[in-house]
Design a protein around this ligand. Structure first.
Ligand SMILES: [Zn+2]
Length: 239
């Protein structure tokens, strides 16, 4: 099947179900730049949290979160560069697309890790500390088995993983930072509208990237402010 002609420089036609949208050159560029510019701030931000850590557990958690944050922007950028410039390398592009989707699961887990690791949780809720990583692993297996086949199920997986730990976090005795977490969550949800709007809204995927960046920034700010900056912040070990 030949490629349909571009509707404009800024958007192509929507693809049939279960096939991938082909961005225009302008969209490809926007997809790359919107995440490439965040790699350096992500590395600096992660390093800062590591330096602010005053115990080993905080250091380990800073690593978990930092690796997830940097990996998201690095893998996304590499995938979008290959999709733009090297799309003839089909296997490589396909592999990176899978990585781009897998890293989202690990990014969600690592975004929750500081809250789950460094705050007091109830006996039942504390299981979420390891369960988020099981969910990320399950998401990875799902990508290997059904990549690009059932997109609605994929979206439901992301939303389940995004929201179920929030229930636990909301039940914490210390509620500082909950508001920022909610704002970040809302930004991700708004972004999902654009994530699903390729070929309907010009630059939809790049707009999704911007929402991800804004939400990640809000969450980073909350983690820095409430869990790392203040040495008065009590950790779960103090209880
Ligand atoms: Zn992307």
């Amino acid at each position: 099947m030949g490629r349909k002609p571009a509707r404009s420089k800024f958007m192509n036609n929507r693809p049939p179900a279960n096939s991938r949208y082909q961005p225009t050159t302008y969209e490809h560029a926007a997809n790359c730049y919107t995440h490439a510019f965040l790699i350096f701030p992500a590395i600096v931000g992660s390093t800062l949290l590591h330096r602010l850590s005053d115990d080993r557990w905080k250091k380990i958690t800073a690593w978990m979160y930092g690796v997830g944050l940097c990996a998201l922007f690095i893998i996304s950028t590499v995938f979008h560069i290959i999709a733009w410039k090297k799309s003839h390398l089909r296997t490589m592009e396909q592999c990176l697309h899978m990585c781009d989707r897998i890293v989202i699961y690990f990014f969600i887990a690592s975004s929750y890790a500081p809250w789950l690791n460094l705050r007091e949780l109830g006996p039942l809720a504390s299981h979420m500390r390891w369960f988020i990583w099981i969910m990320a692993a399950a998401g990875t297996i799902y990508v290997f088995l059904y990549h690009e086949q059932y997109k609605i199920i994929e979206l439901l997986f992301y939303l389940t993983m995004g929201f179920s730990p929030a229930v636990v976090v909301a039940s914490m005795p210390n509620t500082d930072g909950i508001q920022e977490l909610m704002w970040g969550g809302m930004l991700y949800c708004l972004g999902v509208v654009f994530f699903k709007s390729d070929g309907i809204i010009p630059f939809a995927h790049a707009i999704w990237h911007i929402f991800v960046a804004l939400a990640a920034a809000v969450h980073y700010y909350a983690i820095w402010k409430y869990l790392y900056r203040s040495s008065a912040t009590s950790t779960w070990k103090d209880f």
